[in-house]
Design a protein around this ligand. Structure first.
Ligand SMILES: *[C@@H]1O[C@H](CO)[C@@H](O)[C@H](O)[C@H]1NC(C)=O
Length: 323
């Protein structure tokens, strides 16, 4: 990272979310619980989908991919935020800051493509059910997950390439609890207007664009469902409402960050949503209302319990033999 040499600033200081003691305790409890819960929930989904053969279908593979990426979302910013809450002096190194920005955008890009792939999957399943297995072949699924990572990396690197060599010489205080473009660029001691525009266009366009693609595809699906049958429609509608909830929760704050001039404090509180709440809600929304997933989790649990019984049994026998 050559850019570090040119800069006088070698670390950044976060102002954090609040100075009020009560709010800090509240945030600490709230974020720790959500963080642990989302790590457990998402790991459980990845584990269940990969180990249960009845869930080996495109929809669940994509869901497991989403859960995997959610593990990353929760881990990029929130552990540091939680550790920093009670610190007076919240610092992050230049490298740490750039690393956070890099992963936030890789993960954001992956998540966007995965959500579009999931919408496409539901579109094919509902609107072209006879061709579902040929269209959503294992090859296509792998293509979607590989493409999501490629898009994520390119999206992130393109923006970072312009930013990493910026000179930082003056103030190094970020009014936030994590590093991201709009505030980071503003600290550079050069005219950053064009860079800010680049980020707004890249991240803003990507998030607004994906949001509209998703909303339009869900509207098409809902119309198709209603035209066809009343019987199948209630189940489809409940699946779709789960997807739409996730999409709105994820894109709402993101679109706000990159398209709104960040002069308010609102965005750093909205950021908590994307850092902590959304990754927790995904497993809740997708599993609690999904009978198939619940059954699979039960099977996985009973299998683990079963193993434990067998192991207990074996150790008993061993003891018996040794004695
Ligand atoms: C992601 O999707 C691919 C393609 O379907 C699948 O092979 C892979 O197991 C999934 N990854 C996870 C972590 O579930």
């Amino acid at each position: 990272m050559e850019g570090v040499n040119q800069s006088v600033v070698s670390e950044f200081v976060f102002l954090g979310l609040t100075n009020s003691w009560d709010m800090q305790i509240l945030l600490f409890v709230f974020s720790s619980i959500f963080y642990v819960a989302s790590m457990m929930g998402n790991s459980l989904i990845v584990f269940t989908v990969t180990s249960d053969h009845q869930l080996h279908s495109p929809m669940y593979f994509l869901l497991a991919n989403l859960s995997f990426i959610d593990l990353g979302i929760s881990s990029v910013t929130s552990p540091k935020m939680i550790c920093d809450l009670f610190r007076k002096h919240k610092v992050i190194s230049f490298r740490g800051c750039v690393t956070q920005i890099f992963f936030i955008h890789v993960i954001g890009g992956v998540e966007m493509v995965l959500l579009i792939a999931m919408a496409f999957d539901r579109y094919v399943a509902i609107c072209k059910p006879l061709h579902y297995l040929t269209i959503m072949s294992p090859k296509i699924c792998i293509l979607f997950s590989v493409a999501s990572w490629i898009v994520g990396f390119i999206h992130s690197l393109v923006q970072l390439a312009f930013v990493v060599n910026l000179p930082f010489c003056g103030p190094n205080v970020l009014d936030s609890f994590y590093c991201d473009f709009p505030r980071f660029i503003k600290l550079a001691c050069t005219d950053t207007y064009r860079l800010e525009l680049l980020v707004s266009i890249n991240s803003g366009f990507m998030s607004v664009g994906s949001f509209f693609i998703l909303i339009i595809s869900y509207i098409v699906i809902i119309f198709t469902v209603q035209k066809h049958s009343a019987r199948g429609s209630s189940k489809a509608l409940s699946t779709l409402s789960a997807h739409v909830t996730v999409v709105v929760l994820f894109f709402g704050p993101v679109m706000f960050f990159y398209t709104w001039p960040s002069s308010t404090h609102l965005d750093k509180f909205l950021a908590i949503f994307d850092a902590i709440v959304t990754p927790f809600l995904n497993p809740v929304i997708y599993t609690l209302r999904n009978q198939e997933m619940k059954m699979a989790m039960m099977r996985v649990f009973s299998r683990i319990m079963g193993y434990r019984q067998i192991i207990k049994h074996l150790t008993c026998e061993q003891k018996f033999i040794v004695n």
